[in-house]
Design a protein around this ligand. Structure first.
Ligand code: BTN
Length: 238
């Protein structure tokens, strides 16, 4: 039996008054939950709506990368958020989502091994655990909706090339049993709390929360042929 049970998830979200994650649309298979959420947002889906699939046939990440999305193993979810933000303020929401993934994941794996790699990855013990894809729907210079897509590796123990040596999952380091329904409910609660804090206190506050989790800080990085040592994330999230 699958460990993602939509009826149980809905009941648990209601019981703990977590609005984010409801309404919940769960499908066995889709191309990409981000596309499903985007289409639903255009048709008026409310703040908090979540689109979850057991498998994706065209799961995608940034820069056109594919997201490994086998059935029954991991979490593939896209949330519709409707924060009242200018378009320019939406990219840092991937950092907010990263913090929420760390909050949820730290219930299952050693918290000190979790890091956020700017701008949209969560790392566990030096390997990629989760990826985040934020896409905005715009109305003039404001955002009418933001789609926050999260792929979180839960049960997969062996990854195919080219990610065989760079990806990881909760299962590879978990100190307690893993249940995708429970992890999803934790993720919804964490994202709701982190979004509330972010909207109340702003990006500088979010960046401060990230400081001790910054995967790149102190590492040599190369961008457009220029190399240097990453000093950290700027207060505006760059
Ligand atoms: C990345 O690493 O570049 C981001 C990966 C994001 C993957 C998630 S899985 C759920 C949602 N649907 C998608 O097609 N992509 C995101």
């Amino acid at each position: 039996m699958s460990d993602f049970d939509p009826a149980r998830v809905e009941a648990d979200l209601r019981a703990q008054s977590t609005g984010l994650g409801l309404p919940l649309v769960f499908v066995r298979e889709t191309e990409s939950t981000n596309d499903d959420a985007k289409q639903a947002a255009r048709a008026g889906a409310p703040e908090g709506a979540a689109f979850v699939a057991d498998a994706q046939t065209r799961g995608r990440g940034r820069r056109g990368h594919a997201w490994h999305s086998p059935a029954g193993e991991n979490l593939y979810v896209s949330f519709v958020l409707r924060p009242n933000l200018p378009v320019a303020s939406t990219p840092p929401l991937s950092l907010v989502a990263g913090l929420a993934v760390v909050d949820a994941a730290s219930r299952y794996v050693p918290a000190e091994k979790l890091r956020i790699k700017w701008p949209n990855d969560v790392y566990l013990d030096g390997r990629k655990l989760a990826g985040i894809l934020v896409e905005g729907l715009t109305a003039g210079d404001r955002c009418s909706a933001v789609i926050v897509g999260i792929g979180l590796n839960v049960h997969t123990r062996a990854f195919p090339e080219p990610i065989a040596d760079t990806a990881t999952s909760l299962a590879l380091l978990a100190h307690r049993p893993l249940d995708r329904s429970e992890i999803f409910v934790a993720l919804c609660g964490a994202l709701e709390a982190r979004m509330r804090e972010h909207l109340e206190h702003g990006i500088a506050h979010t960046v401060r929360a990230l400081a001790s989790l910054d995967y790149l800080a102190g590492k040599t990085v190369s961008i457009d042929g220029i190399s240097g040592v990453a000093q950290g994330i700027t207060p505006d999230g760059r």
